[in-house]
Design a protein around this ligand. Structure first.
Ligand code: ZN
Length: 202
């Protein structure tokens, strides 16, 4: 392969790094659809759980179910993602009682587990197609933040100025997500080192 014109190693590195980070962070399943729309009746149904861990997991399950429904109209709300991955996406994988969350959603009728032995598949029962617009998801990184933003009100959340990721701000003027902030700090350090080295040579 010949040299690409306009090839900039540092820029390219950065793109690759963020791509790898993105792909490692979640499943490929969600990337097959352009957009998933969550409507108000669904959000209200989730909020009615009145338990933030259950709510987050229910939201993640709903997004997966709706994206699969989009890919396959006969899917009927089934999610075949591993429980481990779903718990992680919902930010509840470190909870001691995490195994109980799936059980609780089942008991409350939000989901139905597969009857096939050794299958983790669950069917999401509260997806609806019609209703007042709620959340439109086009960027499937850290999807649970969309629910938190809806629940807590928008002020605390913003999209990263570098990569567009929705993240929770530590302060009101924070512009970059944790990953991009770190990259910026590293780039700044490298640039400083380079300047210092140049100054030394001269
Ligand atoms: Zn970012």
């Amino acid at each position: 392969m010949g040299r690409m014109s306009g090839y900039q190693p540092s820029r390219w590195d950065k793109t690759l790094t963020s791509m790898v980070r993105t792909i490692a962070g979640q499943s490929h399943e969600l990337y097959c659809v352009e957009q998933v729309d969550i409507v108000q009746p669904e959000l209200e149904k989730i909020a009615a759980l009145n338990d933030r861990h259950l709510e987050k997991l229910a939201f993640v399950l709903l997004v997966y179910a709706k994206s699969k429904n989009k890919m396959n109209p006969n899917n009927n709300g089934w999610v075949s993602q591993k429980t481990k991955v779903l718990l992680k996406e919902a930010g509840v994988s470190r909870l001691k009682n995490k195994e109980l969350l799936i059980y609780e959603l089942t008991r409350k009728g939000y989901i139905t587990p597969s009857r096939v032995v050794d299958r983790e598949d669950v069917q999401v029962n509260f997806a609806v197609e019609i209703g007042e617009a709620g959340i439109a998801i086009r960027d499937f990184r850290d999807i649970v933040h969309y629910y938190s933003r809806w629940k807590e009100g928008g002020a605390r959340y913003t999209h990263c100025s570098d990569c567009g990721l929705l993240f929770r701000r530590a302060s009101n003027n924070a512009k970059y997500c944790a990953g991009c902030k770190k990259e910026r700090e590293l780039a700044w350090k490298r640039e400083n080192m380079r300047k210092r080295r140049l100054a030394f040579v001269e």
